[in-house]
Design a protein around this ligand. Structure first.
Ligand SMILES: Cc1cc2nc3c(=O)[nH]c(=O)nc-3n(C[C@H](O)[C@H](O)[C@H](O)COP(=O)(O)OP(=O)(O)OC[C@H]3O[C@@H](n4cnc5c(N)ncnc54)[C@H](O)[C@@H]3O)c2cc1C
Ligand SMILES: *[C@@H]1O[C@H](CO)[C@@H](O)[C@H](O)[C@H]1NC(C)=O
Ligand SMILES: *[C@@H]1O[C@H](CO)[C@@H](O)[C@H](O)[C@H]1NC(C)=O
Ligand SMILES: *[C@@H]1O[C@H](CO)[C@@H](O)[C@H](O)[C@H]1NC(C)=O
Length: 503
């Protein structure tokens, strides 16, 4: 079958789905929207108009930008979220929450015939020197937070791409600061959370909500809606200071095997909290021909890239090497908001694996990835896929230990001491594709079976396929389930909101 046949089929499939949304669902969301609008007014609750249209179609994954919520709530304070959640709960309406809009998972940050809560009017970031903490409202993006806070010489442990938002925190969060500070979520100090019935609570490590607090370090969107994050500040210097050294190196695809081996060795051997590594293989179609390029992002908090840590990467012949002294703002700009994978308008897909340090695992992952791209990025395949990535983020033992020292999270098993690599398998589809063709999804599923997580390692919920059993892979899965039962005994969230499976 040809590409355009698929396009047509997927459009037809989409249209059928929209028309079969049942009346009860539509009626419930209409009732919720009317009541919320009654409480909050027409500027906070919108069902049409420019603000509605922009927010409804702003999701990074085009598949989510096609969904049309019954109304969008634009809260500017927690009380607005409470009012919305109370009525959503009462009307038994479907709902979704959107912060930075970057979820790749279909349905996780927008909703058809439901209430969408969008945080674009809650974007404050402030630094409190007395407690050395940063307060973030959920609508801020990492680039904005860094721009606001750099003059104080501090930053939150946040994303590696400026356009991404705070949803990253609830899924764990892999940051350039993580090797020394733990996952982003390990740095929570207090969370204001609107529970499923609209109650507002503050959860900390030591108060009566300490179980919820822990569950939210990896529990994604399942446990409540966060209206305020208080996180540990990290002293990264101002924009005038350059305490970091590094950048990126681009290599020809022919170095992929050498880079895979170097990455495996790094994962096995490097445990320096100041060292950061992200290895990526990106495949594109240029004039009908598949091209793979490799890009490695490497940083060290210090004045050079120590050869004892990065020597293998520096020795592999490169096309472009751009490294030097950097401020934290410059570190965060390295991948860049303008990177291809920050653009909107394309159906996006992500999948997760996690690998221990054995070299063969990385070589196998590469082989299977190459077979996948050779099969589905061949324009004649009709897959409509033009861009694919295999990425390894080193999660060193120091990161695991830092998280434990800060109270631990639900992701990392208690007995895990060694570092590993979080693996991302991502695809971007061509303009005009509105759904992933099922034969491509079958290929993606095969790839997951071919690149399974090493025993005992957690998958990463922020960069997974919606069908992957991520929570089951967590060390704290039992705690996660028990905490969910306690805070949402009627299972409202899992029945009315899309998100990770397994609760
Ligand atoms: C270009 C790009 C770069 C990325 N880089 C990184 C990276 O460096 N490190 C990393 O760890 N991940 C990264 N990711 C993955 C990223 O963590 C996830 O996409 C994350 O979900 C994005 O959060 P968001 O706020 O932008 O997205 P959203 O889609 O708005 O939110 C993500 C999820 O969290 C839920 N959510 C958001 N806010 C709240 C809230 N206040 N209360 C309850 N639920 C909420 C949403 O409902 C949704 O399910 C990247 C993704 C992309 C597309
Ligand atoms: C957010 O910041 C603005 C401007 O600095 C300020 O007026 C407002 O009170 C702040 N809101 C909160 C909730 O802190
Ligand atoms: C595929 O990507 C290339 C650039 O990488 C672009 O020129 C081409 O138009 C894309 N094809 C489709 C069908 O989108
Ligand atoms: C390569 O990928 C295709 C498509 O998913 C699959 O049918 C085939 O079995 C794969 N081959 C190998 C050797 O993995």
């Amino acid at each position: 079958m040809r590409f355009f046949d698929f396009l047509l089929l997927s459009l037809v499939a989409g249209a059928c789905k929209a028309s079969t949304v049942d009346h009860a669902t539509a009626a419930a969301s209409q009732q919720a929207c009317q009541r919320i609008a009654g409480h909050l007014g027409a500027s906070i609750v919108q069902s049409s108009g420019a603000a509605y249209d922009f927010a409804a179609s702003n999701a990074w994954n085009f598949a989510n930008a096609l969904l049309r919520p019954t109304c969008i709530v634009f809260p500017s304070q927690a009380a607005h979220v409470q009012a919305a959640m109370r009525e959503i709960y009462r009307a038994k309406s479907r709902f979704a929450v959107q912060a930075g809009s970057h979820s790749a998972m279909k349905g996780w940050n927008n909703v058809q015939d439901g209430v969408l809560i969008v945080f674009s009017n809650m974007k404050n970031a402030t630094y409190n020197p007395a407690s050395d903490s940063i307060i973030l409202e959920p609508g801020i993006h990492w680039g904005e937070a860094t721009a606001t806070l750099s003059r104080f010489g501090v930053a939150p442990v946040g994303g590696r791409v400026g356009d991404v938002g705070t949803g990253l925190l609830l899924g764990g969060g892999l940051s350039f600061l993580s090797p020394s500070q733990g996952y982003a979520a390990d740095n929570f100090k207090a969370l204001d959370v609107v529970l499923v019935d609209g109650r507002l609570i503050t959860a900390t490590a030591t108060n009566q909500y300490s179980d919820l607090f822990r569950a939210m370090k990896g529990g994604a969107n399942r446990f409540g809606i966060v209206t305020r994050y208080e996180v540990q500040a990290v002293h990264v210097g101002t924009d005038d200071e350059t305490p970091f050294f590094g950048g990126f190196i681009i290599y020809d695809g022919s170095t992929a095997e050498a880079l895979s081996k170097a990455t495996a060795k790094y994962v096995r051997e490097v445990n320096d909290p100041q060292a950061v590594l992200l290895t990526t293989f990106t495949t594109i179609v240029l004039q009908g021909v598949l091209q793979t390029i490799a890009e490695v992002f490497l940083f060290y908090r210090g004045t050079s890239l120590p050869p004892s840590i990065f020597g293998d990467f520096l020795a592999i012949p490169a096309l472009v090497t751009q490294v030097g002294p950097l401020s934290y703002t410059q570190v965060l700009a390295t991948i860049g908001p303008e990177s291809v994978n920050a653009q909107r308008g394309f159906v996006q897909h992500m999948g997760a694996s996690a690998l221990a340090g054995q070299e063969q695992l990385y070589l196998d992952a590469l082989t299977h990835y190459q077979n996948f791209t050779n099969t589905f990025m061949n324009p004649a395949s009709g897959a409509g896929m033009n861009y694919s990535t295999l990425a390894f983020t080193a999660v060193p033992a120091s990161q695991i230990a830092a998280g434990r020292a800060k109270g631990g999270n639900v992701m990392i098993p208690a007995n895990l001491k060694k570092g590993f690599a979080a693996v991302q398998l991502a695809q971007q589809f061509n303009p005009g594709v509105s759904a992933i063709p099922s034969f491509v999804q079958q290929g993606i599923d095969l790839l997951f079976r071919q690149v399974p997580p090493s025993p005992g390692l957690p998958l990463y919920v922020n960069e997974c396929d919606a069908g992957q059993k991520v929570f089951e892979s967590y060390g704290g899965y039992e705690l996660l389930k028990a905490t969910y039962r306690k805070y949402d005994p009627e299972r409202f969230n899992v029945q009315h909101c899309q998100g990770p499976i397994g609760l």
